[in-house]
Design a protein around this ligand. Structure first.
Ligand SMILES: Nc1ncnc2c1ncn2[C@@H]1O[C@H](COP(=O)(O)OP(=O)(O)OP(=O)(O)O)[C@@H](O)[C@H]1O
Ligand SMILES: [Mg+2]
Length: 263
């Protein structure tokens, strides 16, 4: 079933067009990866999807309903969002930071169920030893795990993640992607994530959208999209694409001499 529908979306910052003619669907139980070079419009698209930004044209729908018709609280209950970078981190314990993910579900106080969900998420993400530490005193990767935990504790139907593993070491990248993948499949929710690491995208996402200069350049399963030709055209990089476990893996070699890439 289609959960999320993005149709003919356009967005500009002032007079600078950033997204043009962007259309795609994401189904229940599906992880969609968004890849593309710096400045391609990935974060802008995710921010339009959670209504931080308002699209200039086109519509974004959840379960067939335009997101502009949702109230703030309705949207917050349905959609979890982990931004690319969190500039403002307020001093607070890890536990309380994750508990804030439950806020859209809370009445005037938090109940046993909310505490239970937070504890479960803390255990799932293997951050029990961090639970009572202050978040401002954690490493970048530890903080990133906490923000992912906060979004998961929220139990959203749609999970939007902007480069969720960018600060994580390789073991924690795999750990976090496994957790996200398991939750998406078990709960039948929908996840959309921007990701720079093509190998990680290849391994974990069901479908990939490759963006270039605000437009969708290619869409399909990892083998369709992650080709040497597409990588050369979009990133301006010569790469060798091999295969492991039925999924492509990418070895970037050098900047290409020609291509349609910016810069
Ligand atoms: N707040 C803003 N005001 C004006 N222009 C912006 C703003 N945020 C982003 N842009 C511009 O919009 C374009 C797309 O930016 P966006 O952040 O969506 O790219 P991205 O694909 O997420 O890149 P990255 O891989 O570096 O995160 C860029 O040219 C960027 O300079
Ligand atoms: Mg970005």
């Amino acid at each position: 079933m289609v959960k999320l529908r993005i149709k003919d979306v356009e967005f500009s910052y002032g007079s600078n067009p950033v997204l043009e003619g962007v259309s795609f669907d994401v189904n229940d139980g599906e992880i969609l990866g968004i890849i593309g070079p710096n400045g391609a419009g990935k974060s802008t698209l995710l921010r339009c999807m959670n209504r931080i930004l308002k699209v200039r044209k086109g519509v974004i729908m959840i379960d067939g309903r335009n997101i502009s018709d949702f109230s703030r609280i309705e949207l917050a209950r349905i959609m979890g969002y982990v931004p690319q970078s969190t500039h403002q981190i307020f001093p607070n314990t890890v536990f309380d930071t994750i508990l804030m993910g439950r806020r859209p579900h809370l009445g005037w106080k938090c109940g046993e169920i909310d505490i239970k969900k937070v504890l479960e998420t803390i255990e799932m993400l293997n951050i029990v030893d961090l639970a009572m530490r202050d978040i401002t005193e954690l490493s970048g990767g530890q903080q990133q795990k906490v923000f992912i935990a906060r979004a998961l504790a929220q139990e959203p139907e749609v999970l939007i993640l902007d480069e969720p593993t960018s600060n994580l070491d390789i073991k924690h990248q795999l750990e976090v992607m496994n957790i996200i993948s398991k939750i998406v499949k078990e709960r039948g929710i929908t996840a959309v994530m921007a990701v720079h690491d093509l190998n990680l995208a290849s391994r974990y996402v069901d479908r990939i959208i490759m963006m270039h200069a605000g437009k969708i350049f290619a869409v399909g399963n990892p083998s369709d999209v992650l080709t040497e030709e597409n990588i050369r055209k979009v990133y301006g990089v010569e790469a060798i694409v091999g295969e492991h476990d039925g999924r492509p893996f990418i070895l970037p070699i050098r900047p290409a001499d020609t291509g349609t890439h910016d810069s």
